[in-house]
Design a protein around this ligand. Structure first.
Ligand code: KIV
Length: 262
């Protein structure tokens, strides 16, 4: 018998049981399938797509069309995992555009959406949830605000930020979110939010006390040697392995020795 489909209730029950949630990003069919076969319960088609797949300098260049294209590819894997998708920059500026664009992502195959912000977007969050679409919050460092913020900075170090994060988390929970991603939040503040709210927190660079952790899969697999991220210890050196395999094969081609058959 196939194990049951993961839902937002499954993730909440994991928090209640104290079972950690391991979440990862995927942007296409094979990676979604591989992560699902490895038992990952929450897969995000993140707008990190912009940097790790599309070669943009940051997430502000990602469009709805980009997201829909990659959500469709990921959804073709029909994962058991809950498949969430990021709402790209400027796709949720008004309540109307937020609901329309969330529906487009669901039409492409997403089962939930995520967008960045707290009290500033609660009207949009309520409207999306009101339209029957599960919503995941995202607080802390907000990559779509990288230009206003002048870089990727840790949040929660000073008291106003700490209070603001707590107020944003409360507002999102009151609006009905099923989980909140905490990105680059100081570990003590991430721990406090995690203990304080009823829905799972999923941390990235926010210490080990969140209810779960999320990583950008190419970072975990060592596919992007050009970046050196403090919060990720790659579990594979895929970039070097790919280059070595390609070099070996091309040298064989050069010698006229086709050894790539099984
Ligand atoms: O875009 C993304 O991949 C994300 C995760 C890092 C949380 O938002």
């Amino acid at each position: 018998m196939n194990p049951p489909k993961i839902t937002t209730d499954t993730l909440r029950a994991m928090k209640t049981r104290g079972e950690k949630i391991a979440a990862l990003t995927a942007y296409d069919f094979p990676m979604t399938r591989l992560l699902d076969e490895a038992g990952i319960p929450l897969i995000l088609v993140g707008d990190s797509l912009g940097m790790v797949v599309l070669g943009y300098p940051d997430t502000t260049h990602v469009t709805m069309a980009d997201m829909e294209h990659h959500v469709r590819a990921a959804a073709r894997a029909h994962p058991r995992a809950l498949l969430a998708a990021d709402m790209p920059f400027r796709s949720y500026e008004t309540v109307k555009s937020a609901v329309e664009n969330a529906k487009r992502l669901v039409a492409a195959g997403a089962e939930a959406v995520k967008a960045e912000g707290g009290r500033a977007i609660t009207e949009q969050v309520r409207a999306i949830i009101g339209a029957g679409i599960p919503f995941c919050g995202h607080l802390g460092m907000l990559p779509q605000h990288v230009h206003e913020e002048g870089g990727y900075h840790i949040k929660g170090k000073i008291e106003p930020e700490h209070q603001s994060l707590l107020a944003d988390a409360d507002a999102l929970v009151a609006a009905g979110v099923f989980a909140i991603v905490l990105e680059l939040v100081t570990p003590p503040v991430a721990r406090e939010i995690t203990r304080h709210i009823s829905v799972p927190t999923i941390g990235i660079g926010a210490g080990s006390d969140c209810d779960g952790q999320i990583l950008v899969t190419p970072d975990l697999l060592g596919m992007l040697p050009w970046y050196n991220l403090k919060h990720v210890k790659p579990r594979l050196n895929a970039a070097e392995q790919i280059k070595a395999a390609v070099k070996d094969w091309s040298e064989n081609v050069g010698r006229g020795a086709l050894t790539n058959t099984r």
